[in-house]
Design a protein around this ligand. Structure first.
Ligand code: SF4
Length: 386
């Protein structure tokens, strides 16, 4: 895929990170950091911030760092579509309202999308100005590497321009296991079939004590890191996410930040950090009368993430889980991106949360918060003159 002209010169920054490029990534954040001598906050400072009532002071600190990393006053968004190719899953995560088991009464509600349906969704995405697809699904033992290779090749043959940001770490681990391949060989085969980058889903909280409580069958912290490290080593970019508000301690949240920061220090392969709060509706965990994270808690996590992960260039504020008004606040608490004008979203909707928006509304929200809205692609390249 060629590199269209940019308004901010980010192309040269990304050109060294094309899939297949060997070696360590060098992001704008890392270069700025070296120039401006940023100092990430310490564990103790992060803990103090979580325990502090000074929300505004914390927001101002995160905003100051956001301004140093993104001095041009731009807030970005992408037009893409989430496609969930199957809701069958073997992992039974307690926080998930989306999956259906392979057997039993609820299996009747399960689906696997056929390729033509997926192509049709992508055709609509392209027609609506979408540049990428975020494709994820449950873990299904019948879906092995050849199914994914055929799908990716079929998409790229029909829509060579569409960026495929697909398959979270737990899916890649499952494809590897079901296909009796190493993680490395699995990623290479997916990449060669058309996979462009990997989303950060499945991270939840990167602390095995928490993971064991909420998702006993799902991959552990080291497994998640291994997939992302391997992808980075193979020249692919990925994102890092965090789902908080599942009963974790502040220390465990900081453990998550620390794992992500260390891997970024090692490889530089993360393009963005994306935190969101657990949506308890229709989930087993929510049924245990969980208190959903408040807006204040969300803004604190966003701001502390911005300050702790000073080596990751982009921090995304979420409207899907927080709504548009908290999103606007998030842009003054360290967020420099608002994610997607989503043409389809099923996972959060399954938990009963259904905020929705349009490109026009998102642009208005961004402008009203004092920033210039600019469309980006999946690698955060702002290539659109708007
Ligand atoms: S979160 Fe993912 S892995 Fe866990 S049950 Fe839901 S679909 Fe399966």
């Amino acid at each position: 895929m060629g590199h269209p002209a940019t308004i901010d010169g980010n192309v040269s920054q990304v050109s060294e990170t094309r899939p297949g490029a060997p070696g360590r990534f060098s992001s704008e954040a890392q270069r700025s950091r070296r120039t401006l001598r940023f100092m990430a906050i310490t564990r103790q400072q992060a803990l103090d911030a979580f325990q502090s009532d000074d929300l505004i002071g914390l927001g101002m600190e995160a905003d100051a760092l956001r301004r140093r990393l993104h001095p041009e006053g731009v807030v970005t968004y992408i037009i893409d579509r989430n496609i969930n190719y199957t809701n069958f899953c073997t992992e039974y995560c307690t926080f998930c309202a989306f999956y259906r088991p392979l057997k039993g009464k609820l299996a009747a509600e399960g689906y696997i999308l056929d390729f033509d349906t997926i192509y049709e969704k992508i055709r609509e995405t392209v027609e609506l100005g979408g540049t990428g697809v975020l494709m994820q699904g449950g873990l299904h033992p019948d879906l092995k590497i050849d199914w994914f290779e055929r799908l990716l090749r079929g998409i790229k043959e029909r829509f060579p321009q569409i960026w495929l940001h697909c398959f979270s770490a737990s899916e890649i681990l499952a494809i590897a296991e079901y296909s009796e391949l190493s993680v490395r060989d699995t990623i290479i085969r997916l990449r060669d079939a058309g996979l462009d980058s990997i989303p950060g889903g499945g991270a939840e909280i990167l602390d095995d004590v928490v993971r064991h409580k909420i998702a006993r069958l799902k991959c552990g912290t080291e497994d998640w890191l291994h997939v992302h490290r391997t992808a980075h080593q193979l020249g692919m970019r990925t994102t890092a996410t965090m789902m908080f508000g599942v009963g974790e301690t502040f220390d465990q949240r900081i453990n998550h930040f620390e794992q992500v920061r260390r891997l970024q220090e090692e490889t530089g392969g993360f393009t963005a950090f994306i935190p969101w709060s657990f949506q308890p509706g229709n989930t087993a965990l929510g049924g245990r009368k969980w208190d959903e994270a408040t807006s204040v808690e969300y803004l604190k996590v966003l701001a502390i993430a911005r300050l702790y992960l000073d080596n990751i260039e982009n921090v995304q504020a979420s409207w899907v889980t927080q709504g548009l008004k908290v999103l606007q606040m998030g842009l003054r608490f360290g967020g420099n991106d608002v994610g997607s004008v989503m043409l389809e979203e099923n996972v959060v909707k399954a938990a009963g949360t259904s905020n929705c928006t349009t490109e026009e509304e998102l642009r208005h929200i961004i402008r009203d918060a004092g920033f210039k809205p600019v469309q980006r692609d999946t690698l955060y390249r702002t290539m659109f003159l708007n």
